[in-house]
Design a protein around this ligand. Structure first.
Ligand SMILES: Cc1cc2nc3c(=O)[nH]c(=O)nc-3n(C[C@H](O)[C@H](O)[C@H](O)COP(=O)(O)OP(=O)(O)OC[C@H]3O[C@@H](n4cnc5c(N)ncnc54)[C@H](O)[C@@H]3O)c2cc1C
Length: 416
């Protein structure tokens, strides 16, 4: 069958939004080219587990070619899109030019260091596999170095871990790191006094997990404090130089570890589109997720800025990205039948964050839970949402093992 006459849909980004668009166009009479600079789809909500040595990268990432093996109207191309011409309708990929009839930009976000060069150089982040593994290697190395450090002050600095940002990633990382120390590292380092170890969570605002209802914010604070995480609210980090954190007001914390979870901005490609950008560089889209003046081009997921319902911008969440991917596939199908595209409405499935073993907070169907029930919901949902049957089984096994034996299985320091 000659398929070259079929409309060509180019999807840039195989994250949550791009993947869902591609799936929504399975069996449609289109040719799809799905492009990503990585060869795998990454389940970012569990990335902190890689950083805290709970899971291996291969357990939360899955090859894109394997996901789409059976989708005959799709071709995957690995590479980085460097430019887009919205008027001439083509993209540039590693020196070649690809023309499109429909374009879906689902390029996601990256860490925002707000211009603090020293933070970018010396701080750690949890954004992709490389940065999560780097964080894991660094954290584990601190215990190794502390184990032969004779000077008590220097040892204390090696065992002080600062996390900046009281959003879900900061909260989850702080809880998991504290558990790694108190349940696992104490067994690996019997001669190290791990009572010296501190996990400090800095949040510039007055609350943790700001987007959640007040009762859940308070439960989160209590759950973390119960695990001995030193939570400091209304405290702003000013600088980090690799061995000292300076706080606004001049106080300092001696540490070699700062994990920065307090800022996200849109992927670089979006800055060259010439379209209006809002907070974090997100591109303003029509309620149909189309680009103003370019109805054949869509921007979705973290890269898109759209105000919905209550007048608030849609959050940068996987659930938003997935629903927008579905909506975009539906709109492309409609446009091919000369029907007008429909507006996107986000259906909030609730919020979830875990603070370690048996401890999580959740708001689902308007009901708030915390503690063990919320944790069970979190476990089941995350296992269900990971791509690949084998990965689900392995993650479930890993967590069950950790749960019963208090053991993290992947305490490997590897070369980067
Ligand atoms: C540590 C962490 C924890 C999180 N926890 C949660 C959570 O618990 N719950 C939740 O709902 N959300 C969570 N999120 C947010 C969620 O992961 C994002 O909202 C979601 O991934 C956005 O989907 P997306 O498809 O827009 O972008 P992404 O999933 O980021 O995918 C973008 C893709 O585009 C590719 N790309 C970028 N630029 C180019 C280019 N120029 N050329 C080719 N390819 C390109 C990237 O390689 C990537 O694969 C978390 C995020 C992080 C980082």
């Amino acid at each position: 069958m000659n398929i070259t006459h079929l409309p060509h849909v180019v999807i840039v980004g195989a994250g949550f939004a791009g993947l869902e668009t591609a799936r929504g166009l399975a069996n449609a009479r289109v040719r799809i080219t799905l492009i990503d600079k990585r060869n795998h789809h990454l389940f970012q909500p569990l990335l902190y587990q890689v950083a805290i040595a709970g899971l291996l990268p291969s357990q939360i990432a899955y090859p894109i070619r394997t996901i789409f093996r059976r989708q005959k109207n799709l071709t995957f191309q690995m590479g980085e899109v460097s430019a887009i011409d919205l008027d001439a309708k083509y993209i540039k990929l590693d020196g070649s030019v690809i023309a499109y009839d429909y374009l879906v930009l689902a390029v996601g976000g990256r860490t925002n260091f707000f211009g603090l060069d020293s933070l970018e150089r010396d701080g750690l982040q949890i954004k992709d596999i490389e940065t999560a593994v780097k964080t894991r290697n660094h954290l584990l190395s601190m215990f190794e170095r502390a184990s032969y450090e004779a000077d008590a002050e220097k040892r204390k600095a090696l065992l002080t871990f600062v996390i900046v940002g009281g959003g879900p990633t900061g909260v989850e990382s702080a809880g998991a790191l504290m558990e790694l120390i108190t349940h696992v590292m104490v067994k690996d380092y019997p001669n190290l006094n791990l009572k010296d170890a501190r996990v400090i969570l800095l949040e510039a605002g007055p609350h943790l997990i700001n987007a959640y209802p007040d009762a859940l914010r308070k439960s989160t604070l209590k759950l973390l404090q119960r695990k001995n995480v030193d939570v400091r609210l209304n405290v702003k980090m000013e600088n980090f130089n690799g061995h000292r954190v300076t706080l606004a007001g001049g106080d300092t914390i001696e540490t070699h570890t700062l994990i920065w979870t307090a800022g996200v901005k849109v992927a670089e490609l979006m800055n060259n589109l010439g379209m209006e950008q809002a907070t974090a560089g997100r591109v303003r889209v029509e309620p149909t997720l189309q680009l103003p003046g370019h109805p054949e081009a869509f921007v979705i997921g973290d890269a898109a800025f759209l105000v919905n319902g209550g007048g608030q911008p849609l959050p940068m969440l996987s659930t938003v990205a997935i629903q927008q991917g579905r909506g975009t596939a539906q709109n492309i199908r409609r446009m091919m039948r000369d029907m007008t595209p429909i507006h996107f409405h986000y259906k909030d499935p609730g919020l979830l964050a875990t603070i370690g073993r048996n401890a999580a907070v959740a708001r689902i169907w308007g009901i708030s839970f915390s503690g063990f029930i919320a944790w069970m919901i979190w476990v089941v949902l995350h296992i269900y949402r990971i791509i690949g049957f084998r990965n689900r089984i392995i993650v479930m096994f890993n967590w069950a093992w950790d749960y019963f034996f208090y053991e993290n299985q992947v305490r490997l320091i590897t070369k980067e």
